[in-house]
Ligand binder design. Structure first.
Ligand SMILES: NC(=O)c1ccc[n+]([C@@H]2O[C@H](COP(=O)([O-])OP(=O)(O)OC[C@H]3O[C@@H](n4cnc5c(N)ncnc54)[C@H](OP(=O)(O)O)[C@@H]3O)[C@@H](O)[C@H]2O)c1
Length: 258
C-alpha cells in the first residue's frame, strides 16, 4: 500500500505503509469517535445487502488496523446482526500490537439499539467474557419487557453491560460516546451502519471518517453510508483530508470532520 498523503517516497513507490503508524498518528494519546466505512465508486455501502462484496485485501488490512487501535467498537444493531458480529478475539501478535499502543488486549463491542430486539443467545452476547463484556446501549424508552429480560440475563451471568440513556428518540450518540469515554473507552471505532453514522454525525459526535473507496460500480439499490431522515442545510458538515493511501485501485481516505 502506498501513501499519497502524507506524500510517500517518490523514488521508492514500493515502500509499504505502516498502517498502524498511519492511523495511530493524532489518535493514540488523543482518542475520539472514529467511523470506518467502505463504499463503491457509485456510493453504495452494500453489495447484495452486505459490505463484503466491496472489500479489498487492503480494506481488510485497514479494517484490522483500525480495530487494533480501538478500545471499543461501536455498531448499530442491524449491522451487528447482518454482519454476524462476535466478541473480538485478536491473535497473540495483534494483542502485542495493541499493548505497544497502550491498549488492553481486546477491544470490547458496544451495540446501539432502541428496540432491544437483540438475540441474547447470539455469540455477541452469549460468548462475551468479563474482560471484554459486550455493551448494549439503549434509551429509557426501550420496551420494559425486553429491558427486564435483559436485566434478568445479566443477573444470571451474561457478560453484558447495559447503558440506558434518557431519550425518547434513539440513543443520543454524543452522550453515549461521552459515557463510554468516562468508562475508559477512549478510542472509539464506529463500524456503522448507515443509520448509526447519520445519527452520530447529526449529533456532532464524529471526529474522523476512514473511508475506503472500492474500485467498483455496485449499481442502484444499496444504501449510502448515511441513511435516515434528510438533514436541514445547517446540519451539513465539512471535512479535512488528513490521510490518503492507495492499493489495487482502491483509495483509503482519512478525514477529520470539522
Ligand atoms: N459499507 C460498510 O462499510 C458498511 C458498514 C456497516 C454496515 N453496512 C451495511 O449496512 C446495512 C445496515 O444498515 P443500517 O443503517 O440499518 O445499520 P445500523 O445503523 O447498524 O442499524 C440500524 C439499527 O441500529 C440501531 N441504531 C442505530 N443508531 C441508533 C441510535 N442512535 N439509537 C438507537 N439505536 C440505534 C437501531 O436498532 P433497533 O432497531 O434495534 O432499535 C436501528 O434500527 C447492512 O446491510 C450492513 O451490511 C455497511
Amino acid at each position: 500500500m502506498r501513501s499519497l498523503l502524507p506524500s510517500g517516497d517518490s523514488d521508492n513507490l514500493d515502500v509499504d505503509v505502516d498502517l498502524h503508524a498511519h492511523y495511530a498518528l493524532d489518535w493514540i494519546g488523543v482518542g475520539g469517535f472514529r467511523v470506518n466505512f467502505v463504499s463503491s465508486l457509485d456510493g453504495s455501502a452494500t453489495v447484495s445487502g452486505l459490505s463484503r462484496g466491496l472489500q479489498t485485501p487492503g480494506d481488510n488490512r485497514v479494517f484490522a488496523a483500525l480495530r487494533d487501535l480501538a478500545d471499543v467498537i461501536v455498531v448499530g444493531a442491524a449491522t451487528a446482526t447482518a454482519e454476524n458480529y462476535r466478541p473480538a478475539r485478536p491473535t497473540q501478535e495483534r494483542q502485542a500490537t495493541r499493548r505497544r499502543f497502550g491498549l488492553a488486549d481486546r477491544p470490547t463491542i458496544a451495540v446501539l439499539s432502541s428496540s432491544l430486539a437483540i438475540d441474547l443467545s447470539a455469540e455477541l452476547s452469549a460468548a462475551a467474557s468479563p474482560d471484554a463484556p459486550t455493551w448494549i446501549v439503549t434509551t429509557s424508552a426501550a420496551p420494559p419487557e425486553r429491558r427486564a429480560k435483559l436485566g434478568a440475563a445479566i443477573a444470571n451471568g451474561l457478560n453484558v453491560r447495559l447503558l440506558e440513556i434518557p431519550s425518547q428518540d434513539g440513543v443520543p450518540v454524543d452522550v453515549a460516546s461521552e459515557l463510554l469515554r468516562e468508562a475508559g473507552y477512549v478510542h472509539q471505532l464506529c463500524e456503522g451502519g448507515p443509520h448509526l453514522f447519520a445519527a452520530a454525525a447529526r449529533a456532532s459526535a464524529v471526529d474522523e471518517l476512514c473511508l475506503t473507496v472500492a474500485p467498483l460500480l455496485a449499481g442502484p439499490g444499496g444504501p449510502r453510508i448515511t441513511n435516515g431522515h434528510e438533514w436541514p442545510d445547517d446540519a451539513v458538515r465539512s471535512a479535512e483530508l488528513v490521510g490518503l493511501l492507495t492499493e489495487d485501485d482502491a483509495l483509503f481516505c482519512r478525514y477529520t470532520i470539522r
